[in-house]
Design a binder for this molecule. Sequence first.
Ligand SMILES: [Zn+2]
Length: 93
Amino acid sequence: MTQKRPLFREVNERIRQVKFSFGPESRGNEILLCECGRPDCDVRLEVPPDVYDVVRSEGHRYIVAPGHEEPEAEEVVAGAPTYVVVAMRPEPA
Ligand SMILES: [Zn+2]
């Protein structure tokens, strides 16, 4: 399941690039696809730009819809009513 994540991230980066092409004044909240990796999930999330930037600067953090986090594999590091930031736990040794 985790191997699906890079694809979702690529999609989100593309959405962002398209959005930016309309000009800097369009920089409101980022609209992201949920990165939980579930094949049937197409939830869109509205995320403040500063949160987006922090998460993107750390490759092991992802933004998912509330309730889409996986407590066994991920640790919730920040949350809001509309999104949850999770960090992948290190693989068990
Ligand atoms: Zn999801």
